[in-house]
Design a protein around this ligand. Sequence first.
Ligand code: NAP
Length: 260
Amino acid sequence: MIVTHGASAITPNLLILGGTTEATALCRALADTGLTGTVSFAGRVDRPVRQPLPQRVGGFGGVQGLADYLKAKKITHLIDATHPFASQMSRNAVEAALLTDTPLIALTRAPWAAQDGDNWRHVPDIAAAVAALDRPACNVLLAVGRMHLDDFAPNPQHHYLLRLVDPPKTPPPFPRHDVIVDRGPFREDSDRELMEAHEIDLVVSKNSGGTGAYAKIAAARALGLPVVMIDRPALPDRREAFDVAEVMDWLSHPGTERGV
Ligand code: NAP
C-alpha cells in the first residue's frame, strides 16, 4: 500500500490506540498489508489479545505526553481505535494530533438504537445509572466493566451478576453478587440462558455499539427485561471510520493529510 502525506509518499509509522476487537482487526489488516506501526494498550486487562503488530502498554501522561510520544517516535498517522467510552484517551488523541499536526482518524462503532420490544431507560452517565438503581432489591446484570463497580456501592440491596474480563483484584463492593470471568464476543442464546439461570430482573449496560456485547441487549429484549442504557460520552469533532476498510482507504487516499 502507498501511503501519502500531502503530495509525496512517506514511510508510514502508525500508532493505534487499542483495547477493542476493532483495533485487533485493524492491526491484522495493517500487518497483512505490510504497514508498520505500534498498538497501544492502557494496561487494564491481564491478558490482552495477542496482536500482529508490536505493542506498548500504559498511559502516555496526558495530552502533552502523547504529543511528545508522537514526535519522538515520528508517528505519521494516529488511529484511535479505543472503546467509545474511553473518552479521556479519545479527547487526548484529538488534542495531541492538533498539537503535533499528526493526521488522526477514529475507528469506532455506531451506538445501538432501540428496536421494537426494547424497554430502555436512557441515562446520560454512570452516576445517573447508579441513581436509577435506587429502587427495591432485584437481580441486576451489571455490565459496566471492572473500573466502575465501586460507583454502584450505594445500592447494596441488589444481587449483582458481574461479567468481567479478569477475576476482580479486590472483592466487589456488593454483599450479594456472582462473578463470571469471560470475554466476548457473546451469543444471544447463551446470554439468554445465563439471564434466566440467574433470574435477572434488570440489565445495566453502556451503549457500546458493535456486535460483541450486543447479545445481552438482544437477550433482554427476548426476555422482556428492562435495560438501563448508559448513553455515549460526548467527544470532540474528529474524522471517524466505522470499519477497517474505511481506515485502510483513509491511509491510502491522497486527500487525508489533515486527518482531523
Ligand atoms: P479513558 O478513561 O479514556 O483513559 C484514561 C487514561 O488511560 C488515558 O488518559 C490514558 O492515560 C490511558 N489510556 C487509555 N487508553 C489507552 C491506550 N489505548 N493506550 C495507552 N493509554 C491509554 O479509558 P478507559 O475507559 O479507562 O479505557 C481504557 C482502555 O480500555 C482503552 O484502551 C479502551 O479501548 C479499553 N476499553 C474500555 C472500555 C470502556 O468501557 N471504557 C471497554 C472496553 C475496552 P494517559 O493520559 O496517561 O495517556
